[in-house]
Ligand binder design. Structure first.
Ligand SMILES: [Zn+2]
Length: 235
């Protein structure tokens, strides 16, 4: 939560003790001090010099403040004259460093969110482009299970695979022999060489639309059973 504390400052700009002024409290002459103030307003965000002027009267003889309602026409006239004579500061507003930092922070926050959206958009577009245009030598990181006979599926874990070639609705992929541990999947980079593992023919249309690997089943449903694509890398 943001708390803004507004502080009014009355800056004395002119003081006079005219000889003819009489104190309404003690009746003494020549001891009434009339002060003209200019109002300044300070908040955590700004410092403002207003054009508002105010005045006080104080008797130095009886040490009392003379309230505005007690002012005699003479005190009133004196105050008005002093207002004319006073060196009034030009009204202005200055923004504090806190405010500038706050603005900077807001700006950075927006820039950060904007960048995140942009990055996400670019990443999605990049991903979509990759899957829509399967290209030889591009690589995919795949978690795969192979059905070796009717009763047995074997989980081969996560491996990188390279796209060897595209042939009609068929993509030929060949797996790398080295497994990628599950905890390393997100940081794993595709090896440049060594794709000497099993080769599978996968459906290009599934790859493009579903962004997944589905093999053309070998006889009787044997072959690549399930494959999830974790990541991809262009050549
Ligand atoms: Zn007095």
């Amino acid at each position: 939560m943001l708390i803004i504390q507004v502080k009014s400052i009355f800056e004395p700009i002119h003081i006079a003790i005219p000889e003819n002024l009489k104190c309404p409290n003690c009746g003494e002459k020549g001891n009434v001090e009339v002060t003209v103030y200019q109002k300044h307003i300070e908040t955590g965000f700004s410092y403002k010099v207003t054009k508002k002027l105010s005045g006080t009267a104080h008797c130095t003889h009886c040490s009392t403040d003379i309230a505005n309602v007690q002012w005699s026409p003479e005190i009133e006239t004196t105050f008005n004259r002093l207002k004319q004579e006073a060196r009034v500061q030009k009204p202005s507003v200055k923004w504090t460093t806190t405010f500038k930092l706050f603005l900077g922070f807001i700006f950075l926050a927006f820039a950060f969110v904007g960048y995140q959206i942009y990055a996400l958009y670019t990443e999605n577009k990049d991903k979509q482009h990759f899957f829509e245009n399967p290209t030889a030598n591009h690589k995919i990181l795949v978690s795969h299970t192979v059905r070796e006979d009717y009763s047995k599926t074997h989980d081969y874990g996560n491996n990188w695979a390279v796209i060897r070639k595209i042939d009609g609705d068929t993509i030929v992929v060949q797996f790398h022999n080295n497994k990628v541990a599950l905890e390393e999947v997100s940081d794993s980079k595709a090896p440049k060489k060594g794709y000497n593992g099993p080769t599978y023919k996968i459906k290009k249309s599934e790859f493009q639309k579903q962004q997944r690997v589905t093999e053309y089943h070998k006889k009787n449903g044997l072959g690549l059973y399930y494959a999830y694509i974790w990541n991809f890398e262009k050549e």
